[in-house]
Write a protein that binds this ligand. Structure first.
Ligand code: NDP
Ligand SMILES: O=C1OC[C@@H](O)[C@H](O)[C@H]1O
Length: 370
């Protein structure tokens, strides 16, 4: 029987920075290399604050493909009839307005993490997306990677019992004493600091393993306790620790999470401890390639250990793009894997951690407050 033609999703790329380049390159990888046959991606337009940068971006990341339009504004991409979905790769504090403009132009949106700088902005975007009837998702790419799907299957299949304790850390040394104070990782006006930039990943693993566990019945943490260490350079958090307790349902579990912009990555970066075993995830925790499962006997001795390795062509950002394409094709407005509820949980936890740590954005940064 002849195979149905793959669905083509036409993307408009907003901004020309580091992650927009990585995402674009992944879009251009043949999906068959990852055994995907039902969707394909077309980069239709790139928007930058400078048209020269948009041209350079296409030259550098898309082999100068003349079919890709280069625009000197984001607005022109939102208005382009040849664009179905917008990818937003601007700094955190621009996500809200960029996503809102795209949604109001009737486009589907995939917006980089953290999806907004607070939960009130996110609620406003979700309402706008619902009103316009468009798909909207935070680009929490880790959720769609094959290794993560397999970890979730093993975590919930029963042999390990229930999760009890999870430790996760993501650190990256940004050399903060030798970069400009206007760098997005240091500038409070761009949402600088560890929590908003790399905090989403340790939190993601807690959401996957604890919040999503069927015994938790989608119950929010009953306790959040945290502390921030601020850099005197700009006062953003150089390190943050935050602990979550899930005890509002049949699950009794805790997550101990941390992130730092002054340390190198910790490896392994995630350790999930279950009643009868442990899952150990190798760094980098945003796109791990390897994990181990240890099955424990009654005395706590390791009875069996399995190591799993995952390989694919590209950086791994294409899996989230495939999810967007499938949702758009099927008329779904949010993903079942990383839907609005989970982004809202993330942003409300970050609101609370910032409140406890005294992290206040400069006036005017938060476009919606609640
Ligand atoms: N999923 C992932 O693995 C990663 C996600 N990210 C997320 O992506 C976002 C961007 O990060 P990254 O790509 O590293 O950032 P970059 O600084 O490399 O790029 C940001 C781009 O945004 C545009 N921009 C618009 N307004 C501003 C402004 N006021 N200051 C600076 N740039 C601006 C610029 O593009 P132009 O001039 O063309 O308009 C710029 O190139 C962040 O929210 C971050 O959390 C980052 C890294 C990895
Ligand atoms: O999302 C991210 O993952 C990788 C980090 O290096 C980067 O700063 C962050 O934005």
């Amino acid at each position: 029987m002849a195979q149905a033609k793959p669905f083509v999703l036409r993307w408009g790329i907003i901004s020309t920075g580091h992650i927009a380049a990585a995402f674009t390159k992944d879009l251009l990888i043949d999906p068959k290399t990852r055994d995907v046959h039902d969707v394909v991606h077309k980069v239709a337009a790139v928007g930058s604050r400078s048209v020269e940068k948009a041209h350079e971006f296409i030259e550098r990341n898309a082999g100068g493909d003349k079919s890709i339009k280069a625009f000197g504004s984001y607005e022109e991409v939102y208005k382009d009839q040849d664009v179905d979905a917008i990818y937003i790769g601007t700094p955190h504090t621009y996500h809200y307005l960029n996503a809102l403009d795209a949604i109001n132009s009737g486009k589907h949106v995939l917006c980089e993490k953290p999806v907004t700088c607070n939960s009130a902005e996110l609620r406003s975007l979700i309402a706008a997306a619902k009103e316009k009837g468009v798909f909207f998702m935070e680009a929490l790419w880790t959720r769609f990677q094959p290794l993560v799907l397999e970890v979730k299957r093993i975590a919930e299949e029963g042999s390990l019992g229930l999760p009890v304790l999870l430790h996760a850390d993501l650190s990256g040394n940004f050399d903060i004493n030798n970069i400009p104070l206007t760098h997005r990782i240091l500038d409070p006006a761009l949402g600088g600091g560890a929590l908003l930039d790399i905090g989403p990943y340790p939190l993601f693993w807690a959401i996957l393993a604890l919040f999503e566990n069927p015994a938790n019945n989608s119950t929010a943490p009953t306790n959040i306790s945290s502390a921030m260490l601020n850099t005197p350079l700009t006062s953003v958090d150089s390190s943050t620790v935050f602990n979550l307790t899930f005890s509002g349902s049949k699950l009794a579990a805790q997550a101990s999470l941390s992130c730092s912009i002054t340390l190198n990555p910790l490896n392994p970066g995630v350790i999930m401890r279950f009643e009868r075993g442990t899952i150990i995830i190798s760094a980098p925790i945003y796109c791990p390639k390897e994990f181990k499962v240890q099955y424990l006997g009654k005395s706590g001795k390791i009875e069996k250990e399995e190591r799993r390795v995952f390989e694919y062509v590209g950086d791994g950002l294409h899996f989230e793009a495939d999810e967007v394409a499938r949702c758009v094709r099927d008329g779904r407005k949010e993903s079942t894997l990383w839907g609005h509820e989970k982004s809202l949980l993330e942003m409300s936890i970050f609101d609370e951690v910032r409140r406890q740590g005294g992290y206040v954005f400069p006036p005017g940064v938060e476009k919606v407050r609640g």
